[in-house]
Design a protein around this ligand. Sequence first.
Ligand code: SF4
Length: 366
Amino acid sequence: MDKRLESISQKALSGGDIGREEIRYMYDYAPLTSLGKIASEIARSVSGNKVSFVSNLILNYTNICNVRCHFCAFYRTGKEDDSYALSEEGVLQEISKYYDRFGITQLLIQGGVNPSLDLDYYVSLFRAIRKNFPKMGIHGLSTSEISFISRKARITVRELLPLLVEAGLETIPGAGAEILSDEVRKAIGRPAGSGKEWLSIMETAHSLGIRTSATMMYGHVESSLDRADHLIAIRELQKKYRGFLSFTPWNFEPGNTKLQETAGISHRAGGETVLRNIAISRIVFGSLLPVIQTSWLTNGVQMGQLAISFGANDWGGTIYDEKVIPATGKDVGNLRKETIVQSISSMGMTPVERDNLYREIRAYSS
Ligand code: SF4
């Protein structure tokens, strides 16, 4: 290990803040295997031999969206034959197909920014989900959806969030973070100011005691410094309230997206980039943000397993019914609990089933 990485390693292991240039160095020059060793050591000190997972269902209740990000293959304008918006009854029916059968404890419910849906729809929907499926935590709505609902209802996000929580919302996913830099967001077709808005909505949620997740989408037009700034912004917010429960770095899927043409990106980032992002996230966040997810959904099961050796300590979920990634043409499939348990065990780790709030439900002995 060279001197620079040695000093980064010591700083990270003693809980110090890794700086912007140090993060850039890890992205651009550090050997991947060395990063993996440092990240694994940190992960062991944070969560020992345990790797968690959740039995979850992802429900994309509408694909109609007026934001139209260039990296998204999922959205429809509302005029296409395959545009949809599920009614409350439709959502409940969809959940009931999985809830008892697979012991679902987390519902990740997200969709497009559909201009015809208002606050009453969400309040009534969350209440009905809560009533009918009480053992499941609702992990719902991106910051784009939250921002739109508040504007449509003419109330602030600070006023909106307690209403959603009272109706049944438990936590908020990290979707919409992509890369927080304004310049990058402009290039990938995100509205101006939406990076600051993501941070501001997350901060509002945390200040109200609502826990959320954080994400980063890499592998498009961003630079190493853009990634560094993104990680640092999340770390700084985490210091204020410790509101982020987990961090998931996931790679851009170019299939069927406008960004594929405009930025000339024909392939998703390779395995080296996937593992480097996992390892650097772990090194930067240390024990401050204790859970780093493998994101097997975009990285695949094999990369999910390797990510465990590069500092990830949460597998993510079983992910029944997800529709966003399949829209890019990538065949995802679902994972049964048994497959996840086996995937984690075979890496020499102890699989632990958790709930939406990362509380342990059951540890599986090998
Ligand atoms: S990523 Fe979300 S906000 Fe952007 S177009 Fe797709 S559904 Fe809409």
